[in-house]
Write a protein that binds this ligand. Structure first.
Ligand SMILES: NC(=O)C1=CN([C@@H]2O[C@H](COP(=O)(O)OP(=O)(O)OC[C@H]3O[C@@H](n4cnc5c(N)ncnc54)[C@H](OP(=O)(O)O)[C@@H]3O)[C@@H](O)[C@H]2O)C=CC1
Ligand SMILES: C[C@H]1O[C@H](OP(=O)(O)OP(=O)(O)OC[C@H]2O[C@@H](n3cnc4c(=O)[nH]c(N)nc43)[C@H](O)[C@@H]2O)[C@@H](O)[C@@H](O)C1=O
Length: 311
């Protein structure tokens, strides 16, 4: 990528898209094309085709998607399948039609079978049944990987796929029901501290293991891989470190400064018991994460306080 190349970041206002944009700006890129979902609904095929024909971006980061935590995935099953298939199909096909030099598709670690061997190696794709709570989302993401591969094989497009682990950071979604665990617990512990509540509810058993990566680290990896990865298939992006949901809750409790108790709600799903990325392929390519979990949560909490708390 040259500094003057025209770059389209789909989803530039989201947590990941905004982190990618910050990274590219910091590296000296200036020629961005962006659209909010109100300006361009990426599910609308003719509108996306017209947008690409008019703007002719050279590089595309596909970070627009219907995104949410375990309950959102399980509740809005049709939207997670339809919206994500439409968005990625429209962008990938229009990128081919308009001669995009390189495209990066962002998937998710939920593409792996629920009981795949841990840590999750790229070879485990399509070797078993998916986690039911996020099967529609995972099916869409797997279709995205296969679409990039098919356009590479048939048309010679340099379209790559990256699979990030669970993410958190600036501009995260703090919705009480629809968000992921880390922002949900930042908010819940903060509100419990403010109201003096005696306990904070944690969904599920607390025993599932998850890996978390700070979104600005992910953006660095995306920038790095846009320049250093051009293969079919995909590459995991993670830290290679895991923590139980209970320990995560205790860490957030400490950072927020909440003094009460934890209460586990077994009526809520645990989801996949363990989801740890094998990051050896990423390390071989020359990239490792920077931001440790405790430091990243402090940064995210600070961002939450700035944006979400009325003073
Ligand atoms: N968050 C996480 O833990 C993880 C995320 N990922 C992947 O990273 C990518 C980005 O996720 P994240 O930044 O967290 O998500 P966000 O929800 O923060 O951002 C998603 C963005 O997508 C845009 N978008 C959604 N629907 C449409 C639509 N119909 N038309 C146009 N734009 C649309 C939104 O635009 P607008 O703001 O204008 O409405 C929004 O900015 C996704 O592909 C996701 O699957 C992968 C692994 C983990
Ligand atoms: C990134 C990934 O995110 C989703 O999968 P997930 O890893 O299960 O993500 P989650 O962050 O929502 O939950 C992680 C764990 O944490 C527990 N948990 C406790 N308390 C809260 C809580 O308050 N909110 C949430 N959401 N979870 C909670 C929760 O019960 C679960 O055991 C996919 O659907 C899909 O979107 C995807 O790819």
């Amino acid at each position: 990528m040259n500094k003057t190349d025209k770059i389209y970041i789909a989803g530039h206002r989201g947590m990941v898209g905004s982190a990618i944009m910050r990274k590219l700006r910091a590296e000296g890129f200036t020629n961005f094309v962006t659209r909010t979902s109100a300006e361009l609904d990426l599910r609308d095929q003719p509108a996306v085709a017209a947008f690409f024909a008019e703007e002719k971006p050279g590089y595309v980061f596909l970070a627009a998607a219907k995104v949410g935590g375990i309950v959102a995935n399980n509740t809005y099953r049709a939207e997670f399948l339809y919206d994500n298939l439409q968005i990625q199909n429209n962008i990938i096909h229009s990128s081919y039609v308009n001669g995009v030099t390189k495209l990066m598709f962002l998937g998710s670690s939920c593409i792996y079978p629920k009981m795949a061997p841990q840590p999750l190696h790229e070879d485990a794709l399509l070797t078993g049944l998916l986690e039911p709570t996020n099967e529609p989302y995972a099916i869409a993401k797997i279709a995205g990987i296969k679409m990039c591969d098919a356009y590479r094989a048939q048309y010679g497009c340099d379209f790559i796929s990256v699979m990030p682990t669970n993410l958190y950071g600036y501009n995260d979604n703090y919705h009480p029901q629809n968000s992921h665990v880390l922002p949900a617990l930042i908010r819940r512990f903060h509100e419990a501290k403010e109201s003096g509540a005696a306990e904070v509810v944690i969904w599920g058993s607390g025993s599932p293991l998850r890996e978390f990566l700070f979104a600005d680290d992910l953006a660095e990896a995306c920038y790095y891989l846009m320049q250093n990865f051009d293969e079919a298939g995909f590459i995991n992006i993670g830290s290679g470190k895991e923590i139980s949901i209970k320990d995560l809750a205790l860490l957030i409790k400490k950072i927020v400064g909440y003094a009460g108790e934890l209460k586990f709600d077994s009526s809520k799903p645990d989801g996949t018991p363990r989801k740890l990325m094998d990051v050896s392929k990423l390390a071989e390519k020359g990239w490792t994460y920077k931001t440790e979990l405790e430091e990243g949560i402090k940064l995210a909490y600070h961002d939450f306080l700035l944006k979400h708390v009325e003073r």
